[in-house]
Design a protein around this ligand. Structure first.
Ligand code: TTP
Ligand code: MN
Ligand code: MN
Ligand code: MN
Length: 363
């Protein structure tokens, strides 16, 4: 059953950050079909098309759809999507989704991108070389003629080696254990630090693909922000908790939005529980560590809680209010004045947005 909030008229809002989005919606089967088509568009880097499917999927219609008239005023339903939903209502499947799921190219690109470090672009390149299986990828990496060389392929060499482990989902109790171990390391090197487990875990997902932890330190303001992530990672490496650093980004000054998300210091790592932990299963996990200066901590927590669609629309919403939002801060566009939030609710208030619980941000 859905929370009463979902039935609120705002479920028709064009902004995901105004809608209540629980984890499970009444039209899960329809969403599954559309999701396949969305993934196919992502695999081909057809971003605009992928986005229109993502948007349609992200709307939680509060009951099972039985006729088209029910959804006539739902945003983001163009001719193509309307046709597909019509088809779904009569056949319980969408032919394009059925075709795709048995398509070799689709299946191969999906499996290649399941390797940490391989995105759609690389996946297509590998497919075009004639590679089809993980064994093909391993052989290709081992051969001398791979164009990636040791540099380019390093990002996914380990991803491939650890693929089976990294594809095992992380239950909540283990996420919490990882959170405790990160916080312990943090308190050791930076006493008084604060950390929050964000991402899907915070939105109530029972199993996560990775763990996203945002942390701050009372003295970490402005330029003093430097090196916090590196120090934490170094400490956890020494303790045997972190085995790999897959990608690091230092916030540069002047700040540049290099990964398109935010300018925060972060390290995307691979984590390993100690054998002494009651949750130890010998499985490597992905762990994202993000440092936020004290004054933008709550913005970072909102920014890293997601979902991706919720975040996308937060940025659009802010723009429409004359503000700029990302995980690294809120600024007023007209004079670039920074606005600091003192709590998570305060972030919503500054954005002139009604409060939405993390568990209802699964747009
Ligand atoms: P993810 O960890 O990719 O996704 P998730 O936690 O929602 O689900 P799962 O891990 O179980 O697959 O991203 C978490 C949030 O962080 C996402 O909603 C958007 C944000 N984010 C950034 O701000 N910057 C980034 O570089 C990435 C990858 C995500
Ligand atoms: Mn996550
Ligand atoms: Mn993810
Ligand atoms: Mn993550």
């Amino acid at each position: 059953t859905l929370p009463d909030l979902v039935y609120e008229p705002r479920y028709k809002s064009r902004f995901a950050c105004e809608r209540y989005s629980p984890l499970i919606c009444p039209n899960q089967d329809l969403v599954k079909e559309l999701h396949i088509i969305k993934l196919a568009r992502e695999m081909e880097s057809e971003e605009r098309s992928a986005l229109s499917y993502s948007r349609a999927i992200s709307v939680t219609f509060p009951e099972k759809i039985k006729s088209m008239s029910q959804i006539s005023d739902i945003p983001y339903l163009g001719d193509k999507l309307t046709g597909m939903i019509q088809e779904f209502l009569s056949k319980s499947t969408i032919s394009q989704a059925r075709q795709l799921s048995s398509d070799t190219r689709y299946q191969t690109l999906i499996s290649f991108t399941s390797v940490y470090g391989i995105g759609p672009h690389t996946a297509r390149h590998l497919y075009d070389l004639g590679l089809r299986t993980f064994d093909d990828l391993s052989r290709y990496l081992g051969s001398d003629d791979n164009a990636e060389g040791s540099g380019g392929s390093f990002a996914w060499r380990e991803g491939l080696r650890l693929r089976d482990e990294l594809s095992v989902k992380i239950p909540r109790a283990e996420v919490e254990e990882m959170g405790r171990l990160v916080d312990r390391a943090l308190q050791d090197i930076l006493p008084g630090s604060e950390s929050t487990i964000c991402g899907g875990y915070r939105r109530g997902k029972l199993e996560s693909n990775d763990v996203d932890i945002v942390f701050t330190h009372p003295q970490g303001q402005g330029n003093k922000a430097n090196n916090m992530v590196a120090r934490l990672v170094e400490r956890m490496r020494k303790d045997g908790l972190i085995t790999h650093t897959m990608r690091e980004s230092r916030s540069l000054r002047p700040a540049t939005n290099h990964d398109g998300w935010d300018t925060l210091d972060k390290s995307l790592t691979i984590f390993n529980l100690p054998k002494t932990s009651p949750y130890y299963k010998g499985i490597h996990r992905r762990l994202d560590l993000i440092y936020a200066p004290r004054e933008v901590y709550w913005t970072a927590v909102v920014g890293w809680t997601g979902s991706t669609m919720f975040e996308r629309d937060l940025r659009l919403w802010a723009k429409q209010k004359g503000l700029k939002f990302d995980s690294s801060g809120i600024t007023r566009r007209r004079d670039t004045k920074a606005l600091y939030a003192t709590s998570e609710r305060d972030v919503f208030k500054l954005l002139e947005l009604e409060w939405i619980e993390p568990r209802l941000r699964n747009a």
